[in-house]
Design a protein around this ligand. Structure first.
Ligand SMILES: [Zn+2]
Length: 350
């Protein structure tokens, strides 16, 4: 397991927690706030281990039975809860509430880690608030949130906030290498991770890297013709639909247009994310005005929402998306008014 002192890139937050541990001034509730994939949950687990470690020094040795049980989420006094579906359900709170009525079974205190705290909702937040105000046994609540402003003010006021920041590329590289990544792939994934180790780890997958290579080569080939050929777009759409990885594909499209956007701004300080496709991107970028690249990024984010929320006919949707993205298309049509055109044939019939 990773102990508190092994957490990388969050020195300020970790030392804030360390001071509270050493001085025995821990609050009843923490809010770990910051972007996704920067170590909030790892830190929460490390803190849980430190609090219940058998070694008595309150540091979380990482190898005693208690630390091991916490690292593998098997400790009876640790409750790690995430929303069921999109939001939390009241029953989830009730499920761990019955444990908190009694003294901890093995450790010194109960630990409740609530992931995606912004999804607690009004009712669940109120039930949680009651527990925080009237703890019946020693309990530390740790809420994790990427958008803390969406928490109820009453919950926020009960929590001490620890801020987590995006990680530097160097730190992400160190973590990926520690996880056994190959140097060349680690170089690409840590740059594309944009400060998030979680995202970078996802990008380290050889399947993702292959997908990236084939998509960018296809985009490069299409861009070589002054005007994108509709037939080439339709062929690529067919391949994209077969991949069934729309989330990763949207990431790739966005990273590509993000580079084109910054290249079109001609900012000298900007470092390309897709540095291994520098030649392609530099050849293509003169066709993009910053506004045009920005419009494509906005369009992609709207299309991503459609893919998430409604059941689309993905083949049609990819065809539509690629035809819209053609550089000569100056007036993007956002499908906001009539998404029904892209619904699956089954839904159209209904
Ligand atoms: Zn230990």
């Amino acid at each position: 397991m990773i102990t508190l002192k092994e957490i990388l890139g969050q020195e300020q937050g970790v030392s804030q927690i360390g001071r509270a541990l050493a001085g025995e001034t821990l609050p009843n509730a923490y809010l770990f706030a910051g972007p996704a994939g920067v170590g909030k949950k790892t830190t929460a687990i490390a803190l849980a281990a430190a609090l219940n470690c058998d070694e008595e020094q309150k540091k979380g040795c990482g190898h005693c039975s208690s630390c091991h049980k916490i690292a593998t989420l098997q400790h009876p006094d640790l409750h790690v809860v995430a929303p069921e579906g999109k939001v939390y359900k009241l029953q989830q709170i009730k499920d761990f509430q019955r444990f908190l009525k009694y003294a901890p079974l093995e450790g010194r205190r109960h630990l409740v880690i609530l992931e995606e705290g912004e999804q607690l909702g009004h009712h669940v937040s109120n039930a949680l608030l009651k527990m925080m105000e009237e703890p019946s046994s020693p309990t530390l609540f740790i809420l994790l949130a990427t958008q803390p402003e969406e928490l109820l003010p009453t919950i926020l006021s009960r929590c001490q906030i620890v801020h987590f920041k995006p990680l530097s590329e160097e730190i992400i590289k160190t973590i990926l290498l520690r996880n056994g990544g190959e140097k060349e792939q680690v170089g690409i994934a840590s740059k594309l991770g944009l400060g998030s180790v979680e995202r970078a780890l996802k990008y380290l997958d050889p399947l993702f890297l292959d997908l990236r290579k084939s998509l960018y080569m296809a985009l490069h080939a299409i861009e070589q013709h002054e005007a994108w050929q509709p037939l080439a777009c339709l062929t690529l759409a067919e391949q994209l639909e077969k991949e069934k990885k729309s989330e990763l594909l949207f990431d790739l499209f966005e990273l590509w247009y993000r580079d084109l956007f910054f290249l079109s701004l001609k900012s000298e300080q900007y470092e390309l994310l897709n540095f291994d496709f520098q030649t392609s991107l530099e050849a293509i970028s003169p066709r993009y005005h910053p506004k045009k690249a920005a419009e494509r990024l906005l369009f992609l984010s709207k299309m991503r929402n459609y893919f998430d929320k409604i059941s689309l006919n993905h083949r049609l949707a990819w065809e539509y998306l690629l035809l819209q993205l053609r550089p000569q298309n100056t007036a993007l049509e956002y499908p906001l008014e009539d998404p029904a055109a892209l619904l699956s044939p089954m839904q159209n019939r209904i």
